[in-house]
Design a protein around this ligand. Structure first.
Ligand SMILES: Cc1cc2nc3c(=O)[nH]c(=O)nc-3n(C[C@H](O)[C@H](O)[C@H](O)COP(=O)(O)OP(=O)(O)OC[C@H]3O[C@@H](n4cnc5c(N)ncnc54)[C@H](O)[C@@H]3O)c2cc1C
Length: 483
């Protein structure tokens, strides 16, 4: 345990009591530890001033090793009216772990025991702190996989992937995290430990498991996750198709899905973003948009699907570029160095805003957002990252800067505000997969309208003292409106 010179008497006694209560846990309050756990990958928090950082520092960081540790810590926090924030692996990009000074940070990285693989039933039960990439490697050694591949697979904990309702690039065929989660062990705010029903599917009331998927640490702390697994894919085939317009690309994708073709990966890049893949593929882009498809599974099936898909894309004037653009995409799919480069300058930001919308809304939204944010960005472009039979997700990437901290931050927030407002005005949803955190909490009442009161009522019932991740999901903003 490190000593922090500026500890108050009250802090000293709280930390001492915690150590007595949880002798097996590492409890730290060294400034560098508190600083690291006060933030995630939200670009704004990376540029906090010393004063801003101070106002978000946890009281202490407790690395828990079991659900029982979490339970004891929560009971302690309730007694002492301390806020508790679960910290997965800190790869969140919207400030999910950011909270007011003085909270107790529960670092779940210590929940990292061996996954229990049940190949007979195609399931695995894994402690919540295990990283997604590590789980995938272990499963692969047993001939299994969970085809849930967010770009941050190696950076994110399994519990975090569930708590944020994350999405992976193979979602068109396999679905998102909610489609893999079978059951959860959760520690409720009052310290009770529950395990939700484990079954392939049930019709026994609303899914209690799904209540915690996307709850971002507000309703309980997920300590263990049971997920479906699949055998390793026998084949993966790629196609790159160039179109002269986004509209043609979208029409082709829609027809693919309507006709029951299910590529695992469907990504449609606008001309500005496609340039990067065209360059790496050594193909002349000629200002065209690029569709990347990946077919994953049985050899004969993927071959047939690819053939039909290419017939459909040709009907929409798609130019078949062969496998290379898809292979380039696969090789670089976990590389997010643009984010680090774009955020490297003291007064510059790079960020992504992912939203979802119906087929009717998608094409209009793409142009509307890029036009509206144009005065505030140095550069912006987008791709359609996920598709469903009824619509898809657009992933806007922007770079902005200013002459000083104030101006650059003001531009950053303006881009976010304009984007989310435009999305809501046109009927879309303000997040497809990164979640709410700090970045979207003020928009939740506009996103959900009156139905947000249902979530607020659940929060009130489970956590009447508002111990867990207070202020998150915009729930405090509708306090008093509940009847
Ligand atoms: C380069 C990069 C690429 C990314 N790509 C994707 C992507 O493709 N798809 C995608 O969906 N996301 C992506 N993300 C976002 C991020 O990786 C996900 O949100 C991820 O699920 C966060 O997991 P984590 O363990 O890091 O959680 P954290 O950042 O630690 O926490 C996120 C939120 O969940 C809560 N939380 C964490 N663990 C638990 C738990 N066990 N119980 C209860 N609450 C908990 C936290 O309090 C916080 O509110 C990306 C991020 C980066 C940096």
């Amino acid at each position: 345990m490190n000593t922090q010179t500026s500890r108050s008497v009250e802090q000293e006694s709280l930390i001492g009591a915690l150590q007595t209560l949880l002798p097996a846990c590492v409890i730290e309050d060294a400034p560098e530890v508190l600083k690291a756990k006060a933030q995630d990958r939200w670009p704004i928090s990376a540029k906090w001033s010393a004063e801003e950082l101070q106002s978000h520092l946890p009281l202490a960081v407790v690395t828990v090793r079991s659900a029982s540790d979490v339970s004891q810590a929560l009971k302690f926090a309730a007694q002492h009216q301390l806020a508790v924030v679960p910290y997965g692996a800190g790869s969140g990009v919207v400030g999910g772990v950011v909270n007011q000074r003085g909270h107790l940070c529960l670092d779940l990285g210590g929940l990292n025991g061996k996954p229990q693989i049940d190949n007979d039933n195609g399931e695995v039960t894994v402690p919540a702190g295990v990283l997604g990439g590590d789980l995938e490697k272990i499963l692969n050694q047993h001939g299994r996989r969970i085809p849930h591949y967010p770009q941050s697979l190696a950076l994110a904990s399994v519990g975090g992937l569930v708590a944020t309702r994350s999405s992976g690039t193979f979602s068109s065929k396999y679905g998102n995290i909610e489609n893999f989660v079978v059951s959860l062990e959760v520690v409720l705010p009052d310290g009770r430990i529950i395990t939700t029903r484990r079954a392939p599917r049930s019709s026994t009331g609303p899914s209690i498991t799904q209540l915690f998927v996307g709850s971002e640490g507000t309703l309980g702390i997920i300590t263990s996750v049971t997920l479906r697994t699949l055998p390793l894919a026998k084949t993966r085939r790629f196609s790159g198709v160039a179109f002269n317009s986004i509209d043609n690309g979208l029409k082709a994708v829609r027809q693919l899905l309507d006709e029951g073709i299910t590529p695992a990966v469907i990504r449609l890049y606008d001309a500005q973003e496609a340039v990067h893949i065209f360059e790496k593929s050594e193909i002349a882009g000629n200002d065209r948009v690029l569709l990347v498809l990946a077919f994953d599974g049985h050899d004969a099936v993927t071959q047939a699907e690819q053939q039909v898909a290419l017939k459909i894309t040709a009907q929409h004037q798609g130019d078949d570029l062969g496998a290379v653009p898809g292979e380039v995409w696969e090789r670089t799919r976990f590389d997010a160095s643009w984010l680090d480069r774009g955020n490297a300058g003291a007064f510059s930001f790079a960020d992504a805003i992912e939203i979802s919308a119906s087929w009717q809304q998608l094409p209009g939204l793409h142009g509307a957002v890029l036009n509206a944010i144009a005065p505030y960005v140095d550069k912006a472009f987008a791709h359609y990252s996920h598709f469903y039979s009824n619509g898809g997700a657009i992933y806007f990437i922007f770079f902005t800067s200013g002459k000083d901290k104030r101006e650059s931050e003001s531009r950053f927030h303006t881009v976010w505000d304009i984007t989310l407002r435009t999305v809501l005005e046109q009927g879309g949803s303000i997040s497809h997969h990164h979640g709410v955190g700090e970045a979207r909490k003020h928009w939740m009442k506009h996103e959900h309208g009156d139905s947000l009161k249902v979530l607020a009522a659940l929060k009130q019932a489970l956590d009447p003292r508002d111990i867990l991740s207070p202020g998150k999901l915009g729930l405090n903003e509708i306090k008093g409106e509940q009847q």
